[in-house]
Write a protein that binds this ligand. Sequence first.
Ligand code: NAD
Ligand code: LMR
Length: 328
Amino acid sequence: MKAPVRVAVTGAAGQIGYALLFRIAAGDMLGPDQPVILHLLEITPALPALQGVVMELNDCAFPTLAGVVATDDVNVAFKDVDYALLVGARPRGPGMERKDLLEANGAIFGPQGKALNDHAKRDVKVLVVGNPANTNALIAQQNAPDLDPKCFTAMVRLDHNRALSQLAEKTGKHTTEIKKVTIWGNHSSTQYPDLHHATVDGKPALTLVDQAWYENDFIPTVQQRGAAIIKARGASSAASAASAAIDHMRSWALGTEEGNWVSMGIPSDGSYGIAPGVIYGYPVTCKDGRYTIVQGLEIGEFSRGRMDATDKELREERGGVEHLFAKK
Ligand SMILES: NC(=O)c1ccc[n+]([C@@H]2O[C@H](COP(=O)([O-])OP(=O)(O)OC[C@H]3O[C@@H](n4cnc5c(N)ncnc54)[C@H](O)[C@@H]3O)[C@@H](O)[C@H]2O)c1
Ligand SMILES: O=C(O)C[C@H](O)C(=O)O
């Protein structure tokens, strides 16, 4: 067994929290040889419910759970953490877009960014799940001037996994036979799920499906999947969101497989003509705890328009929250 690492999860008594904590504690995120100390943050009224979750965590007697800190103090929650999963935020209801949450949720991420800045490990890996995830990640990052901006990422892995699942169903193959799918841009209905570089069982995906299905069925289904789940369940996705969060962190920490990539919302460095600074979904490979944007992909006209549209939405969201950034 390695020395324990500290993993913070905010919104720990919420529905994603309940699907997430037990899997992190069981070693699904960082491996069966990596003990974790969980740091669980909640708002004060949710502390009794959180205590119940802590009792259940302890009752699992996980070999990889080395301790639990449960608190409503953000400075305690982020003290010395190696990983931070920022989940705590209000979910949208039927008929809402995720950016409608910016007002309510944006205020959470400034103080959390500052607390990470003041207390977390200098190489902390931060994943923002709370919506609108990309712009909340930007707010947190802009309140953490002493941390590397690349520490802050947002989750588009759920969209990536949804794309794998749709394409697997259509082609009659397993998701494990699908490589090089990309989610470009925002975790919103403007995201662009791109199959131009994807392969299924070694064959180019777009030679196996027709263009009309790709354009009129696949893309809107992936873009609208969150809303479809809210309609069906009466609550937003939780177990699949938790699973994607685990996938995102595991890829980042332990690396991506040879010959494949994953999608992560990361600070744009201007690659592929995207506005520098926005937290944009890119295809990335990961090694030694670092992510690298896949370069040199050919971008046709079809993709260009869609990549620019989601970039524009992110720039507009940024314009609306700049007052929440720390003064330089
Ligand atoms: N990025 C994605 O792919 C994705 C997927 C699913 C859900 N989400 C988002 O994740 C967020 C959480 O969803 P959920 O279903 O778990 O919601 P939930 O309402 O069940 O749980 C949220 C929890 O966060 C807590 N919380 C609120 N403010 C907090 C704060 N300042 N600090 C700590 N905790 C706080 C609440 O008390 C609650 O327990 C929502 O914004 C939802 O839209 C994102
Ligand atoms: O769609 C939502 O509001 C929840 C989440 O972002 C999702 O994609 O399932």
